[in-house]
Design a binder for this molecule. Sequence first.
Ligand code: DAV
Length: 379
Amino acid sequence: MQNDSVVVNSWNEWDPLEEMVVGSADNACFEPTEPGSRPAVRDSPGMPFPTGPKSKEAIDLANEELDGLVRLLQSQGVTVRRPAPHDFSRPLTTPDFEVENQYCSVCPRDVMITLGNEIVEATMSRRARYFEYQPYRKLVYEYWNADPRVRWTTAPKPSMADGMYREEFWDWPLEQRHERMHAFEFCVTQDEVVFDAADMSRLGRDVLVQESMTTNRAGIRWLKQHLEPRGFRVHTVHFPLDFFPSHIDCTFVPLRPGLILTNPERPLREGEEKMFLANDWELVDAPQPVLTNDEMPQYCQSSKWLSMNVLSISPTKVVCEENEKPLQDLLSGLGFEVFTVPFRHVFEYGGSLHCATWDVRRTGTREDYFPRLDYTPLV
Ligand code: DAV
């Protein structure tokens, strides 16, 4: 680490990685049914979704794979940190809601984001994840105490009261979803500020935010208000064919300056590709994942596109799930050195390699990768 580099410093998804938090499955619970989430057992409609703590076996299998990722990152010279233990089986009661248990700390990406020298804790969108920042607070204090240049922001917490949600969303038939796909109205209403950190993707001066089930327009407005005065440009992106969008990192995945891995089943809204093409970025479709949606783990609520949830160690090194051979071949062909680790047991916790990590420090500074851009700031 250079003497003058800030303890927290990460401006994009690909610069050489120096310090990273890797999630942990310790004390993980099943996500409860709540207005923002209707978990279902895959291929068994009607079967009640389990509640409470996950089995020791499921936790051990996921932790083994997370530890494998830790070892790989360490072998590449990355300092790895882990979340503090947290009792996710404890129910929550706030003035506005109750929920029977919390979730897990497998996916720090959903909660925490580094934007330059600043750590932002997301509002979150689901009740069971309201306090999910807690396992990371000890680390945040450590970074904040270590370097006065580290900034730390917590976004305003939404009420997560019944009125914040649109419960009928879950019952819309497919035709109705298709008809409404350009309305971008999902299970959260627009009245309160709501976002998960994983709906954002960082490309230097430019930050993409996906409008989704977990990030609404008020959330994006808050992010613009917060980030524009700090020199960022915040671009809202949409993927109208994704009827249950949540988190951008299985849909639109920047790999290095000028290159984005795209999801062939989730094209960008027409017109939104312009900023990339006008600045000579290439959009390359990921190959079909090795598993079909039906073959994904029984309790996994994410899609087969966890395949493209890759993690960049540098602009030339990327980590991929070990079974995803077609994607590995594509990435090798694009000039990357591809590292692989087994990670399928982590899938049932809602993420793969990018989701299960939070980069705290990469080398590099803020660059403008979009010199030709029409951008209208909020104010
Ligand atoms: O495509 O199923 C999963 C992302 C979870 N953090 C998807 C999104």
